[in-house]
Design a protein around this ligand. Sequence first.
Ligand code: PLP
Length: 415
Amino acid sequence: MNAPATGLTPAAFDLDAIRAQFPILIEKVRGGRLAYLDNAATTQKPESVLAAIDGYYRHQNSNVHRAVHDLAERATTAYEGARDRIARWFTVAREEIVFTRGTTEAINLVAYSFLRPRLKPGDEILLTGMEHHSNIVPWQLVAAEKGAKVVAAPVLDDGALDFDGWTALLNERTKFIAVVHVSNSLGTVNPVEKMIAAAKARGIPVLVDGAQSVAHIAVDFPALGADFFTCSAHKAYGPTGFGCLVAKREHLDAMPPWHGGGDMIRTVSFEESTWNEAPYRFEAGTPDMAGAVGFAAALDWIESVGLDVIAAHEHQLLVEGTALLAEIPGLRMIGTAANKGSVMSFVMTVGHAQDIGTILDQYGVAVRTGHHCTMPLMARFGVPATVRASLAVYNNREDLEQLATALIKASRMLA
Ligand code: PLP
């Protein structure tokens, strides 16, 4: 896991200094200290991201493109500058970055614009059993319309992908492959390089859902070899409602538009309209300029800390947290794959995840409970829900101890 080579030298890691950059971490919740362990749902934002968004609205805001006045030019420069920055992160050309509302919209874009026109009755779309609903439902929608089928590869008992089971499902009917890079429910890191190599050997396009990987694992898109990669800014210290699709230019150039409106056209008449080039063809309407600026600032921030430094710290916390949770009677971890990111998902014999989460909240511990938008995966493990504690770079040992102490209290209350 190496940070992208961008010329910035990561600062020496000082956890207190990192935490001090996140104003919300000193917020009192239920009258006490906040242990924010819901980072897989959304991360908190550092001062530099807040300042970039604030600065955009204070000094640059206008509508983008077709600029004739100074502020419109500033807004366009900020917005398109963000595209350059994000493209650099993934080592791609700026034309290969389509701005979206996030991972969900990016996957829908590929489903409707890339796959739908190519799909025939009997075709198969190969997923895995650990996909987020947003990497299942868009494929189901286009498959249902075209008489095609969604197929899901099995997940092993430890939460790793059954790679042989996945390979066995590859066949001449497989038209598309979509896979989550890091599972939001289990933390499992999938062997995407191996999967892409197997898919390429058969000429099958691959989409990698990077919602949970972008803030933890460096992604060099050309080196990865995927056709599409999707991510959400808000899971990487950036703003909500913004993200992107990274795609091979040859695909984008061949894809028809999917949303109609301003900015995505070249000419419009009542008889016929013609389309703008990619990526603008896929960005109808006034975009989220502040979102783009905020995401670019978030990537700058990650780079200044160092993705390798972040990954090492989170791994250390994962090891310590897993050890603390192992001491709690009746707690069963769901997802123990050898290659695992910073997620601890578990169930407890004393009660339902929802009740445990509610008690944890009373002690200032913010975790997510439920099916985490992975209902098929919950069914695979025979549980309706889990408690999920997920880590970010600003978490510390105290957060883990607060979680463990609150879990012991929850156990006593529910026993
Ligand atoms: N894929 C994964 C693995 C996720 O964890 C999430 C969000 O939790 C999504 C997709 C959807 O992301 P968004 O809601 O930002 O579009």
